[in-house]
Design a protein around this ligand. Structure first.
Ligand SMILES: [Mg+2]
Length: 107
């Protein structure tokens, strides 16, 4: 499976949990990476198999983080065939078309 993790208020809220979980899932053959509205240079180092970050150019149409979660993230989830995504804005992402992805709300 391909599993992605948001950074702000998700990875930053539970850094040890997500880092350890990522390594365990990778040992079982899954791909674990980051899907964030941040730009690539603002992604912290970690055991990530992939990083999907938002470029400054891609950010331009979106005026709020909620809007970016609703519109940009579902598009990335579909384009990159993400199976499971963890995010504090899951309820916004689920307003978009995420295909068969399971989007998990992190609180
Ligand atoms: Mg977030």
């Amino acid at each position: 499976m391909k599993i992605s993790i948001d950074i702000d208020n998700t990875l930053t809220r539970y850094p040890e949990f997500f880092s350890v979980t990522a390594i365990m899932l990778q040992q079982w053959g899954h791909k674990v990476g980051i899907l964030t509205g941040r730009t690539k240079e603002n992604v912290p180092d970690g055991p990530w198999d992939f990083v999907i970050a938002c470029t400054v150019e891609e950010s331009k149409p979106y005026t709020t983080d909620e809007q970016k979660a609703r519109e940009w993230k579902p598009k990335m989830i579909r384009e990159h065939n993400i199976d499971i995504h963890y995010d504090d804005y899951a309820y916004e992402i689920l307003k978009g078309d995420v295909g068969n992805c399971k989007v998990v709300q992190v609180v």
